[in-house]
Design a protein around this ligand. Sequence first.
Ligand SMILES: Nc1ncnc2c1ncn2[C@@H]1O[C@H](COP(=O)(O)OP(=O)(O)OP(=O)(O)O)[C@@H](O)[C@H]1O
Ligand SMILES: [Mg+2]
Length: 351
Amino acid sequence: MSQTVQIVLPPKYIEKRIVNVKVSPMGYFLSSDEQRALLGLIKKGVKKAFLNEKLVEVTSSIQDIDKDDLTLVPDVSYEVPGELKSMVPSNIPTFFDFKNLWQKSLFALQVIGQAVLIGEKGVGKNHLCLAMAKEFSLPVYDVSGSRNLTEYDLVGHYEMRGNETVWVSGLLPIWCKHGGLLILDELSLARSSVLARIHSVFDFRRYLIIKEHQNERVDRHPHAFAIITLNPPKGEYLGTQHLNIAFLDRFQMIEVPESSFEEKKKIIKMRSDLNDEIFAESLIEIAEKINNEYKQGNLRDFVSLRNLIDCCNLIANGLSKKDAVEISILNRFTDEEEKTRVEEICSILIE
Ligand SMILES: Nc1ncnc2c1ncn2[C@@H]1O[C@H](COP(=O)(O)OP(=O)(O)OP(=O)(O)O)[C@@H](O)[C@H]1O
Ligand SMILES: [Mg+2]
């Protein structure tokens, strides 16, 4: 049974149990009829079968099969080449999946191969990517979007080494050839000419042509998955306008919403060493007040879950509440008027 994911469904907070199912060939999962048939087979102790020409293998150990709380998710693991094993993440904290993002994302990866996770800062987009990579032992390739990102960073370039010119492969062909999880972080900052260059690998063609390197064609490995993380477009600055629409069209869009009060409480309890539930509750409350002001347009920044976890960990490690709140929350607001407003909201915490 999976240790990494905990599916906790509000309002009752029932922990759901995940059953990993490997389906070959890639590109397919199980229809609801097939899922029902598989559950019937599992009850009889069968762990490997053919269902409508798909080879289906249950890769989790299952107890209490009679309980009706099983969630089937694709097992996207594969035989990772030895030299890439060091790129598989380890020590990833438990990911709480309140919104069924685990199943949605894995379905998208298994069936389509790629998805966009769209959500405000600190909602757990990168954490989810790394939790999936860890769970299924996928090597991770990180690409950060910026105006300076060039196609040569992605596909490769020639370099002088002594008297010789050598070809240095970019991350993309390595990912394409050997598989794993490509995380394209904040790609809205990248120039569209760079993205247009890599269109072909994300549609039905599934290959990359490296024209700089003898027109080499690299076919996309069946286990070469990609996730883009994106902050939602806001106000006049529409992030996705910068992100080439044709590029985005090739991806499934999965929304990662903000956690509720109760969800934040659970995450903070698990993620910080602070043993002060009353303080944690007040902290979340004031963060929600600040974030409401942000939503109304009175503040230019908001307090993310990341800031709350950091604040609690600073206190748990000996910093005073006043200083911890100051450096993890207050100092985010540099405008005098905004700072005064946030100070007022925070005053109940640090009196
Ligand atoms: N569902 C969750 N379960 C456990 N921890 C979470 C969850 N959501 C967020 N966190 C924690 O909150 C912090 C922020 O998460 P993460 O860095 O993944 O956010 P992000 O969405 O990628 O933000 P940004 O847009 O700023 O890059 C991390 O410490 C992460 O572990
Ligand atoms: Mg992130």
